[in-house]
Design a protein around this ligand. Sequence first.
Ligand SMILES: [Zn+2]
Length: 118
Amino acid sequence: MSKESNILLKEIALQNNCPECYSQDGLRLRFFQKHIQNAFFKRLTTETSNVMDCQKCGSTIYPVQWTEDIERVHNYYTKLVKAKKTSFKLTKWGYLLLALPILLAAGIYLFATGTLSF
Ligand SMILES: [Zn+2]
């Protein structure tokens, strides 16, 4: 079972007019980076996504609604915003899973050599 989540990478307030409510200070562009987590590890992927919405009217602004100006700033920030370095982290269960065969092998070895006996 793994959980995917999007971590906010950058939030930019745009000066463009909202195509929905025409407000000039509501548009924002947010970049996200995909993060995967399950019982054994946490991983930050290189996958990014972005969402544009308006804080004034609450609409999500899809590419079909973009004006030329919006498209221009979107392109600009898409190039500017870089994904964070990917990372990989084991959880304690992940470590345990890795350590288990070693512990098991060590146990068998100690038992076989007679160091350990029941
Ligand atoms: Zn709006």
